[in-house]
Ligand binder design. Structure first.
Ligand code: ZN
Length: 215
């Protein structure tokens, strides 16, 4: 249970205690109860939004690997105690098998959710943060499918980004443009262990060589 869950349980317990005491004393503090109820409703609502986003992102990951364990979105409360800069990762056990779920940073999930919930028109030329978030979901999906090498996951993911975008509501053209934006604007600046010369149109890692479709 995250910080949000602890707060919700504490507030609910507090409200229950006030109500119980009020009934016993025959004087229920309705104003105080209403003040407690407000954050309960807000926390409950945002938590529900996150759970539905996680479900959606997990179903996207499962289009790559049907038995993938899904996706966990870091909550705001968790991000306060997290000093790292990672956008997402998947843990691997000693046998080199992925142990899920894939972890996505609060920021990545926010950008992904913003992309997913954006209108059809907004999916033309989305902000670069959203392009990267869509790609991170593709990338972690390949880790969940068992690919541990960063440059391989990265190259597979880039060729998957158009499809990932489409599952999240983009048209085919918008999906292809998003993948191309990543290839042009983000991939060249990735650390060297994330890139390889084989990851080019017609290269060893091109899944559809000879079709001139890249990425
Ligand atoms: Zn990775």
């Amino acid at each position: 249970m995250g910080l949000r869950g602890v707060v919700v349980v504490a507030l609910a317990a507090w409200a229950g205690w006030l109500l119980f005491r009020g009934v016993v004393r025959k004087k229920v503090p309705w104003v105080g109860l209403a003040i407690i109820a407000l954050p309960l409703v807000v926390f409950g609502y945002t938590e529900r939004q996150w759970v539905s986003a996680e479900k959606e992102f997990s179903s996207v990951a499962k289009t790559v690997e049907p038995v993938a364990p899904g996706v966990h979105c870091q909550r705001l409360g968790e991000s306060f105690t997290y000093a790292g800069a990672e956008l997402g990762h998947v843990e691997f056990d000693e046998n080199g098998l992925p142990t899920g779920p894939a972890w996505l940073s609060y920021e990545t999930c926010q950008n992904l959710a913003a992309y997913w919930r954006s209108s059809a028109a907004q999916k033309t030329g989305p902000p670069i943060e959203q392009v990267i978030a869509v790609h991170v979901l593709s990338h972690e999906s390949y880790h969940l499918a068992g690919i541990g090498t960063e440059s391989l996951a990265e190259c597979d993911a880039m060729q998957r980004d158009a499809r990932t975008a489409q599952v999240l509501g983009a048209s085919q053209l918008q999906g292809l443009q998003l993948a191309n934006t990543y290839w042009q604007s983000v991939y060249p600046d990735m650390p060297s262990d994330y890139t390889t010369r084989d990851c080019v149109s017609g290269g060893r890692l091109d899944k559809t060589p000879g079709d001139n479709l890249w990425p």
